[in-house]
Design a protein around this ligand. Sequence first.
Ligand SMILES: NC(=O)c1ccc[n+]([C@@H]2O[C@H](COP(=O)([O-])OP(=O)(O)OC[C@H]3O[C@@H](n4cnc5c(N)ncnc54)[C@H](OP(=O)(O)O)[C@@H]3O)[C@@H](O)[C@H]2O)c1
Length: 157
Amino acid sequence: MKLSLIAAVSENGIIGSGMDIPWSVKGEQLLFKALTFNQWLIVGRKTFESMGKLPNRKYAVITRANIISDDERVVYFSSIDEALLSLALLTEHAFVSGGGEIYKALINKADTLHISTVCTAIEGDVYFPSIPEDYHKVFEQRFNSNIDYFYRIWQKD
Ligand SMILES: NC(=O)c1ccc[n+]([C@@H]2O[C@H](COP(=O)([O-])OP(=O)(O)OC[C@H]3O[C@@H](n4cnc5c(N)ncnc54)[C@H](OP(=O)(O)O)[C@@H]3O)[C@@H](O)[C@H]2O)c1
């Protein structure tokens, strides 16, 4: 199974403040919506609670709690390894979609990173991990918006 990771990160490495994303950048979320359409998303329980269910996505939610799903588009897993093993039987591609704990656990396993860097330094308490050295940048574009952002794609060597 190919693993891609998608995140929006501030210049100072923040991805969240409490349960929220501490900015609103017009247009940036369209990248997320387009790339994840009809895909499996791997998310931590906090991110799932905070972002809710978007239509046309399937969710593998990681939690230590024993939660029974009442929606066929949502499957709960008690470990990241269990989620990866099960998803590999269901799909050829999944998106690691946050939050901080899940990015940290999976950044080394992703084949491709889709990262929007939002051109602002902002307060928050959830950080994106450093991009490991064995990734190289294959695409970069600057977008003008209410806050400008760079969209970059990184591939693992
Ligand atoms: N900027 C972005 O692109 C972006 C994207 C996504 C999220 N975010 C932000 O990220 C923040 C949330 O990130 P977070 O790090 O606080 O939480 P998170 O990664 O979304 O979820 C953490 C939860 O996942 C479960 N978990 C994590 N590791 C596990 C493991 N190894 N085994 C079993 N369960 C595990 C636990 O759930 P239980 O407590 O239920 O056991 C844990 O409390 C929010 O502010 C959100 O807005 C930002």
